[in-house]
Design a protein around this ligand. Sequence first.
Ligand code: THU
Ligand code: ZN
Length: 314
Amino acid sequence: MVIFRTLLLWLQAMQTQAVFQERISAFPAEATAILADIARQEGMLTAEQASQLKSIFNLSTADLMVKLLPVAAAISVAPISEFYVGVIAEGISGDLYFGANIEFLHQPLKVTLHAEQCAILNAWHKGEAKLVRLVVNEAPCGHCRQFINELNSADSIEIIIQHASEGVVRQYSLDDLLPKSFGPADLGLTDALMSPEQFDLTLPEEFAGDDLVKTAFEAAVNCHAPVCKSPAGVALKLKSGKIVAGRYASNAAFNPGATALEAAMVNWRLALLETQQDDIVEAVMVEQPTKVSQYALAESQLKDYGVELRYIAV
Ligand code: THU
Ligand code: ZN
């Protein structure tokens, strides 16, 4: 079963890469050369690369982002719906972050990662402080509108929707899309997702030389869990030696949030843009399971990949 899954994942990654290459090759050669860096940079373009593209195409940032949506949608893994959603998030730094929906065969539909979550998690894990704009190739669903409402930029973020079926592009505020909303302030929280808060955790000394554990620990320290106060981080070691991290991204509305493993899965898919076959070979979770724990869920999800989860409670 695990061999079958591994083969399937390998085929999926190959297909993602082929579609990505085809989409970037549709642009003029000088743009294609820059766009190829999206794969090397695990799903992002720097502000400088974005400016170069803006001058090649003579477009505003927003129009460039709309133009690049097919490249974002190429990252999608949607073997169940075959509905390929692409999102690009612009950070206050000017960097652009790509995201797409990620579906998991043989798992409950509930574990699906939406393109909006993927782009936002991508930006947050790369250290972006705040988002200014989100461009989507389909109207965001209610769960994604809530996820966006959990951000430190919920009041100011500009959302541009390319209504593909109607052939029009429109700009909205989050209040247009989610009026009379519930958000972090309703629970009296001042920190929102992407706020620079940190958990004060201590890693036992015995792990000081273990890079995988240290990465999971850093992810837990930098995670967002203001209600349950049960910080968690995951680190996945890939066959190539590369390590990807995932920080718990909890929501005030609880359910649309992403677990640390889900966040790590996003970063794994983004890492696969560069290297076709890069299986997960080791996994670590560092957690302070004060009120909740995501260990059992993550352990069972990783079993699907034939990977055992090492767990360190701090
Ligand atoms: N999807 C998104 O990625 N974002 C949305 O807000 C709408 C739905 C994805 C989830 C699933 O993979 C597919 O589209 C069909 O619902
Ligand atoms: Zn959604």
